[in-house]
Design a binder for this molecule. Structure first.
Ligand SMILES: Nc1nc2c(ncn2[C@@H]2O[C@H](COP(=O)(O)OP(=O)(O)OP(=O)(O)O)[C@@H](O)[C@H]2O)c(=O)[nH]1
Ligand SMILES: [Mg+2]
Length: 238
């Protein structure tokens, strides 16, 4: 019984990986670099994008993943960047993550010819998004200081799957009993190669460093360092 279930999960991930490779080929053909941005709900993905995308200096678009609604897409569209919404409630069973097939279904609506960089804001969830490649080149996550220092140890797959952790809401540090050094030690324990940036979408601190990272991600001349991948996580699609 247990073995059957494992087999089915492996098959699903294999099928996802095949579609992710097709997505990646389309991105490559269009010369678009793709960043998969993940986090727990409310960590500040949209708020950081609202801060960072203006003055980025590259042609950027957003693929917005939510279970329901268009609230984040509307926030980002007000920046006058092209935004395409995926609602997993519509035809995808209300999934708590984006997968390669959902992204593929949305691609006809994404103006790839007009972009250098596509940021995919994944559905807020600290587990499932890390399991599904979508054809991206780079994976980053936001972890806010309000979430506690223990999150890398409790959700290691997500932290291992990413090459950058944005430690957000640092403006709140004076009001919290949060041990930043302990969080960074926990991050090193699960993913020693992972970079991090201390940021605040509220004050703008660290946002220019995030812009620099996005600019480097957008440049086809900058070789992407392959993210550390946990056993069982499909390899990047290129
Ligand atoms: N104090 C403080 N609040 C922040 C910061 N960044 C985001 N917030 C607040 O945190 C809440 C959630 O931010 P969002 O940007 O919507 O978070 P998200 O990760 O996009 O959330 P989902 O898309 O629902 O997963 C909002 O009320 C933001 O104003 C920050 O740096 N400091
Ligand atoms: Mg959001």
């Amino acid at each position: 019984m247990h073995r059957t279930r494992v087999r089915i999960v492996a098959d699903v991930l294999d099928a996802n990986d095949t579609i992710a490779r097709a997505n990646n080929e389309d991105f490559e053909a269009a010369g678009v670099s793709v960043v998969n941005l993940m986090s727990a709900p409310g960590a500040g993905k949209t708020a950081l994008l609202e801060r960072a995308l203006p003055h980025l200096g590259v042609r950027v678009g957003v693929l917005e993943g939510d279970v329901q609604g268009t609230l984040d897409a509307e926030r980002l569209a007000s920046l006058h960047v092209p935004v395409t919404q995926i609602q997993t409630d519509l035809g995808f069973g209300g999934e708590c993550h984006l997968d390669a097939n959902m992204v593929r279904a949305a691609l006809p609506e994404v103006p790839l010819d007009e972009l250098d960089l596509l940021v995919v804001e994944n559905v807020g969830n600290l587990v499932c998004p890390a399991e599904f490649r979508i054809g991206e080149h780079r994976r980053a996550m936001v972890c806010s200081v309000a979430e506690g220092e223990d999150k890398p140890l409790k959700y290691p797959l997500m932290f291992r799957a990413c090459e950058l952790v944005l430690v957000n809401k640092i403006d709140l540090l004076p009001h919290l009993e949060y041990d930043l050094d302990l969080f960074l030690a926990n991050l090193r324990t699960v993913n020693p190669a992972c970079a991090h940036l201390l940021v605040s979408a509220r004050t703008g601190e660290g946002v220019e460093a995030f812009r620099d990272w996005l600019r480097a991600a957008a440049s086809p001349r900058t070789p992407a360092r392959p993210p550390a991948v946990a056993p069982g996580v499909p390899e990047p699609a290129r």
